[in-house]
Design a protein around this ligand. Structure first.
Ligand SMILES: NC(=O)N[C@H]1NC(=O)NC1=O
Length: 174
């Protein structure tokens, strides 16, 4: 879809199409609709980022809590969103051997126990080995550092999801 089409969308369609660019947080999309018209792809992405950055820390943690665990319960039970399933499968999360699966489950639980929100990483930018490594390393961070780190990853996931929906800017037609 090109940007002119995006800018012409009624909010119901806008939320239907873009509602999951931040996982299970359509309120962000619904809020950002009123920032139209977007001059380019970057402006749309920036509007989402600015909304997230303006949230109190509890709101940012809320966003993190809307994310399913990697290789977690939702993957096992088939209840992931379409986007998350594609991302997790792409990083091999649906094909862990039993040792990897147990390690992932143990570290995910440890992380959630320590921080009160789940470990979030952009699966499409990482492979299985790297995800496990980062998970074990990031468990040792301070809570505020991890909250900010998780939000950075949310923005990377959002960037790639948006790219799948909106054509990157063609030069302005004269
Ligand atoms: N927990 C977590 O990072 N979840 C995700 N990451 C990603 O790229 N897609 C997800 O669902």
């Amino acid at each position: 879809m090109d940007l002119a089409t995006v800018n012409a969308l009624h909010y119901e369609d806008f939320v239907n199409i873009f509602g999951n660019v931040v996982e299970k947080c359509p309120i962000i999309t619904a809020a950002v609709w009123s920032r139209r018209p977007f001059v380019n792809f970057t402006a749309l992405e920036a509007a989402i980022s600015e909304f997230i950055d303006a949230l109190p820390e509890s709101g940012k943690e809320g966003i993190l809590r809307c994310h399913p665990d990697l290789a977690g319960r939702d993957l096992q039970s088939g209840t992931l969103t379409r986007e998350s399933l594609e991302e997790q499968a792409g990083a091999g999360m649906d094909a862990l051997n039993s040792a990897e699966y147990s390690r992932m489950a143990r570290l995910n639980d440890e992380y959630k126990e320590r921080f009160g929100f789940p470990f979030v990483i952009c699966a499409r930018m990482n492979d299985k080995g790297n995800i496990l490594l980062q998970l074990s390393e990031r468990c040792r961070n301070e809570r505020a550092v991890e909250r900010a780190r998780g939000i950075e990853e949310v923005k990377k996931i959002c960037h790639l999801r948006l790219q799948g929906l909106v054509l990157i800017d063609a030069p302005n037609k004269l």
